[in-house]
Write a protein that binds this ligand. Sequence first.
Ligand code: CMX
Length: 438
Amino acid sequence: TKTIREVLQEVIPQKQAQLQELKAKHSQASLGDVKVENVIGGMRGLKAMLWDASVLDPIEGIRFHGLSIPDCQKQLTPAPGGKEIIAESMLWLLLTGRVPTEAETRQLSREFAEKGDLPKHVEQLIDSLPKTLHPMTQLGMGVAALNHDSQFAAAYERGIKKSEYWTHTLEDCINLIARLPALAARIYRNVYKPGTPIAGINKDLDLVGNYVNMLGYGHNHDLTEYLRLYIAIHGDHEGGNASAHTAHLVGSTLSDPYLSYAAALFALAGPLHGLANQEVLRWQMNMQKEIGDKITHENIKEFLWKTLKSGQVVPGYGHGVLRNPDPRFIALQEFCSTRPELLADPVIQLVKQTYEVAPGVLKEHGKTKNPYPNVDAASGCVLYHYGLTEFKYYTVIFGVSRALGALTQLVWARALNLPLERPKSLSIDAIKQIVEKQ
Ligand code: CMX
């Protein structure tokens, strides 16, 4: 059994050599033109970023180091007594490109459990915040405050060689991932269950097992399994999405992993990105209120049109890259399909019936390039069923998960010595001058 550090010591020189070769032989090769539409269209489609852990195909969806979600479900170790992918095995895959053994996965679970307690000053900070402050704001603040103990920042101040950056970055990333469950759970308990004690960390449990325990739902095996799957498959979605890209950009200034990930969380907190999973539930509940018990395709269609005609987006539908139903949405639907109690739940049924109607309506509406559901369309309704009904909290769970991808790639950005990110911007006049000469 190797430690994750030993495996990285092996794979990093191989990747460094690969990158050197690419640089030496193909630096001047083109990956495509930069069109005006890319520059004014949110850089959609522009191939302008290195990100090794996952690649998103518009039709097939995400692959993590070449493995699809069903591949991961077959190959990655679950928790003892469970079936779903756990965060530790996904992290191993994202960070090293290798499928870990069961022993390697368990070793990482133990390390996370040993490092999972929050420093006192962060507990006090979170406890001092108003309960009305959005849970995502609290999460970002807590993560930023954890930089008090950043090994990278301390080592940089001492003066270290560039070749050592990644080792200190890795220690920060592991410490941060270990502490996220206690931080996220403390926010939940303070806001929604004030005055009740929080469970301690169990050294024999996986990261998400402990998270669910601290949230206060450890008795619910099905919810624990659902959150294991949820957190594994939300972990990475290539590099261009707003949260991953933010972590990468901020990290490129050599800000430490805590500050880089805090910034990423504030990108995740936007309604066009991670906040959509909160928005989906709110929207579906409004739909249910408005159409009552008479849930028919016709009534759902009418509600969809009302949303669109009022100029709002249908939350949980559309995507910057995907052009098919999101395989993460499918995986979460499949989790439901094997559990009759979930299938019978009216909110889950409403999500399913919306999926039967919404693509047709969105196609007719004719604006979105992708009329199909993304992961956020399905992720909240199962939490709601299991009693985690506080949907303003849902994006925090996404925030616990996205750390897996964003932080592992910070380690790689330092290992590959990727430079400060600094694209060239142009004014409208400058663009006009360039295109008018062509
Ligand atoms: N409902 C209504 N209109 C939509 C839409 C939707 N679900 N998705 C896209 N559109 C509209 C856009 O607002 C845009 O309209 P304008 O031309 O008036 O500006 C037009 O269709 C073209 O957009 P697009 O190129 O298809 O989509 P983008 O790449 O610009 O945006 C996304 C992608 C996800 C922001 C968008 O589809 C959206 O707003 N969806 C709803 C929010 C959501 O579910 N976000 C979560 C995404 C996943 C995640 O990050 O967690």
